[in-house]
Write a new protein. Structure first.
Length: 194
């Protein structure tokens, strides 16, 4: 049985080897070889270094084109219990709002990165966000930090495509939001359930 990943061995030179040997005998190769031999050793070294740098730059450019805009990677595991004894912050599918009213606590909007001021919420609260990318490489993230400024509590939002959403939270306390954005406009609001 013959497959493309395990070709059958043939006796004699392969067709691609013969083609390469014919190409090396064309007029261009001897001309380039003669020009190369006329160069001084120092010129040859400079040309080799320049070719290596050009090749490395091309590979670097190709690799950077396949990556999204530079933003810190979202952290998949967020600590539930914190070192500063802050109460845990739990994500909810929806808030138990029977007979209660949502009250706007704070609202921010802008472009780029921002650390919001501190805000205090009671038992149930939410983070509303809207992101409108202005470039194909736009990205948006919202992180919830404890009042100590060091403890990452949860990730409230992460989007590359834009849009809007709401995340619901259970956990009273004082927090601030770290908003990371590139290539777009955003609006973020916090509402408390009273």
């Amino acid at each position: 049985m013959t497959t493309t990943t395990n070709p059958v061995r043939r006796d004699g030179p392969r067709e691609d080897t013969i083609g390469l040997q014919r190409w090396l005998r064309t007029e261009a190769v001897p001309i380039v070889k003669a020009w190369w031999l006329k160069q001084t050793r120092q010129t040859q070294r400079v040309l080799v270094v320049a070719a290596v740098l050009a090749l490395a730059g091309t590979f670097s450019l190709c690799a950077s084109l396949s990556r999204p805009a530079a933003l810190p990677a979202a952290i998949n595991t967020v600590p539930r219990a914190t070192a500063n004894n802050a109460p845990p912050l739990v994500r909810e599918a929806s808030a138990p709002d029977t007979g209660k009213v949502w009250t706007a606590t704070k609202t921010w909007q802008g472009t780029g990165a921002k650390d919001t001021e501190m805000f205090t919420v009671t038992g149930h609260w939410r983070v509303d966000w809207i992101f409108s990318p202005t470039s194909p490489a736009g990205a948006f993230q919202v992180f919830i930090y404890a009042a100590d400024g060091l403890t990452l509590m949860q990730i409230a939002a992460s989007s590359k495509d834009g849009g809007s959403d709401t995340s619901f939270w259970a956990g009273p306390g004082t927090y601030f939001l770290r908003i990371n954005s590139s290539g777009g406009d955003w609006k973020v609001g916090v509402q408390d359930l009273h």
